[in-house]
Design a protein around this ligand. Sequence first.
Ligand code: C2O
Ligand code: CU
Ligand code: CU
Length: 439
Amino acid sequence: DARDHGQSISLKAQPGKTSFYPGRESETLGYNGSYLGPTLRVHRGDDVEVAVSNTLGEDTTVHWHGLLIPGELDGGPHQTIANGATWRPVLPIRQPAATLWYHSHAHGRTAEQVYAGLAGLMIVTDDEEKALGLPSEYGIDDIPLVLQDRQFEEGILAIPQGMMTMMHGRQGDTLVVNGTVNPFARVPRRRVRLRLLNGANARFFNLSFSDGRAFHWVASEGGLLESPVELRSLHLAPGERAEILVDFSDGRPATLETGQNASTAMMRMMSRTAGAEKEAVVRFAPQGAEASPVQIPDQLSSHAHLEASQAIRRRHFEMTMDMRQMMSGRSGSFGINGRSFDRGRIDQRIGLGDVEIWEVSSAMMVHPFHIHGVHFTVLSRNGSLPDVRDRGLRDTIVVQEPVELLVKFTQPAETLPFMYHCHILEHEDNGMMGQFSVS
Ligand code: C2O
Ligand code: CU
Ligand code: CU
C-alpha cells in the first residue's frame, strides 16, 4: 500500500481472515484489511484529519507511537473507541521525518489485539529529508519491514496463553514480515532503504546479513541521525524502529537474518551455549541493471542539542516483577517502582517545557522502556557513556543496565495523561506502565 495519505485518513479496525499459509485461514484483526494496516504517509506541517472506526465487537484505541502531539490526541488507554463508534482526532504533524507506527493501546487487551494484527506504519516526511536524496520510492527502494513473530498450529495462527506467556511475553516460532511468512523481496541493484519496525509483542531481534555485509544506520525512532553509522549488526527491541541503507549494487542475493531471542539472562546464557543459530527474516534478490550507489551524505541532520545541565529534576523508574504474585496467577504482578498501573492515578506531574533526567532500570529481565509524547537522548548506560546503538532521538530504549535519559517535555497532557511503559505488551497489559501529566 503506497498511497500518500496527506490530509485525511480513515482507518477501520475490523476482524478478518488471513491465509498465512495457503488454504489455512486464521482469524485476525486489521485496519482497512484483514491483518496490519496501511502505511500512513504524512508530511511535516500537515494537520491530518483522521477517522478511526471500530467494528471489532470490543473496545479498542489507536495510539500514534512516536508522534509528538498533545495528550488528548495520543490514543492511549483513556481514549476508548467503543464498538460501532468513530474517533476523529486532527493530528498536527510538526516533527522531522521519521518512521513511526500506530497500534492498539486498549488496556488489558493491547497484547492480544496487536498480536492479532492491529498495527501499522506511519511515515513522516519533510523537505530537509527529501533534499538529502536518500532512497524514497516506496516499496521499490524504500521498503517498510514490520518484523513480528507468531505461533502457528497446523498453519493457523495460535494465541499462546499461560504463565510463561505472561512472563516472557507472547512469542512464536515463526517470523512474519509485513504479514507474510517466508518473505522474499526483489530490490533494484542500488542502495536501498529499509525501514525496520520491531512490531513483535516481546521478541528481540539481532539483525545482520547472511554474507556479513555492512550497512549504514541512518535513522532512529525520532528520525535521521546526525551522521550515518556503519554497522554489521543491529539490535531492535519491541517498539523500536531503525532505518538502514543497504547496498545491493553487486547484484548478489542476501538474507537479512536474526539471532536467537535474548530477553532474559537465562535465555542469553542458553543462546550463547547453543551457538550462533540464525533465522531468516527476509531474502533479498537484487535485479535489473547495476546503478552506482548514491553517496550517503556525511551529515544527515542537526539536532538542537540539549545539555544535561538544563535538567531541573531527576526521576527514578525501576521496572519490577513480583514473582510471588505471578506464580499465583494474579494480575498486577508487573509494575514500575513496585506499583502496578492504575488508570485513576497520575504517577508523575511534569511542567510543560521542562527538561528532566529519567533514570530507568530493570529487575530480572531486559525491558524496552517507552515514553509517550517525547523524544529523548541517552546520557549514560551502566554509569558510562552510551553505546553506539543508543545514538539519536529515541522514544523506546532497551534497558538491561540502568540508563539515564535526557527528556524534554514539549507536548501538553492536561486533560488526558501520557504513558510510560515496558513495550513487551504482556508486561504493559499486566501493569508495567505509569502515567504522567504535562502542564
Ligand atoms: Cu507503542 Cu504506549 O506504545
Ligand atoms: Cu507510544
Ligand atoms: Cu517488560
